[in-house]
Design a protein around this ligand. Structure first.
Ligand code: NDP
Length: 281
């Protein structure tokens, strides 16, 4: 299914709904620009915000959410908030403590989604047990992972009581993650794209520009639309009001089957971020 509007949601395997589209805030430091970006996104109709403890910006994200909610008259439940436990905190007690610390910074009673940020060998299973406890005791509405390859997921699921609801990974036309996507789909794990715009590096590509021109759209809008038509949740980052609006204006056109294939043909299995099999943090 493809989303028809900015607030459309997909149903995760636990029955919880999550918006197909959201705002990312990686590398946005605490301060007025961050608060304003989150608030602008919400007043523009965004209903999902993705942050992480390591981004060091949960306080500002929380403030932006509160201001956005106040300005638009929606309620807290209308906004889907994601954060992630950082590598240093992977462990049973330390992950529970990290969750509480994130909530405190965000100024929230509970998160909609909490993710293990990276699959640190030997440590993610204990952290997953903590996420399961948080979930079973109703402290968090959904739990998942990030940057997990197929073998990480297989290993995790060997001992897990609850399957991850989400796997958030680097995903864009240069890294289409075909096998991982198929694997996740077959296990009911929803794929979510980080760096969907390849951090801006793909926006001058002639094919994307040509397809964009045909639809009267921008290359960024074509990529984000491609995510949705592939059934992948997407969370582009921008702090600029005009781009926050532009990125969300992707519901009034449809890429053809041929265009979808052409865009997937740009895959080179290249990354802007580290390979989850080879990171040193
Ligand atoms: P994106 O692919 O979303 O690209 C963001 C960059 O593109 C910024 O420089 C932004 O600049 C620019 N940009 C955004 N929209 C447009 C546009 N319409 N036209 C031109 N340029 C544009 O990169 P991110 O790495 O930020 O990924 C998105 C989110 O994914 C993150 O913010 C974070 O929440 C999450 N993430 C998760 C990771 C994980 O390990 N789980 C790792 C990395 C990201 P400007 O702000 O100036 O507009």
């Amino acid at each position: 299914m493809t989303a028809n509007n900015l607030q459309d949601r997909t149903t995760l395997h636990n029955g919880m709904d999550m918006p197909w589209f959201g705002l990312g805030v990686f590398k946005v430091e605490e301060g007025p620009e961050l608060v304003q970006a989150v608030k602008t996104a919400i007043t523009h109709g965004y209903r999902s915000i993705d942050t992480a403890a390591i981004y060091g910006n949960e306080e500002g994200v929380g403030r932006g959410i509160r201001e956005g909610i106040e300005e638009t008259g929606i309620s807290r439940e209308d906004v889907f908030v994601t954060s992630k436990v950082w590598n240093d905190d992977l462990g049973y007690d330390s992950t529970i403590d990290a969750y509480e610390a994130s909530l405190k910074k965000l100024g929230l009673d509970a998160l909609d989604l909490y993710l293990i940020h990276w699959p640190v060998e030997g440590r993610y299973k204990e952290a997953w047990r903590a996420l399961e406890t948080l979930y079973k005791t109703g402290r968090v509405k959904a739990i998942g992972v990030s940057n997990f390859h197929i073998h990480h997921l297989e290993d995790l699921m060997k001992d897990a009581e609850i399957k991850p609801m989400i796997n958030q990974v680097e995903y864009h036309p240069r890294l289409t993650q075909k096998e991982l996507h198929l694997f996740c789909r077959s296990h009911g794990i929803q794929l979510e794209a980080w760096s969907p715009l390849m951090q801006g590096q793909l926006l001058d590509h002639p094919l994307l520009k040509e397809i964009a021109k045909k639809h009267g759209k921008t290359a960024a809008q074509v990529i984000l639309r491609w995510d949705l038509q592939n059934g992948v949740i997407t969370i582009p980052k921008s702090t600029k009001a005009q781009r926050i609006a532009e990125n969300a204006d992707i519901f009034g056109f449809e890429l053809t089957a041929e265009e979808m294939i052409q865009i997937a043909g740009l895959n080179e299995n290249t990354r802007v971020g580290p390979d989850p099999d080879n990171f040193d943090f």
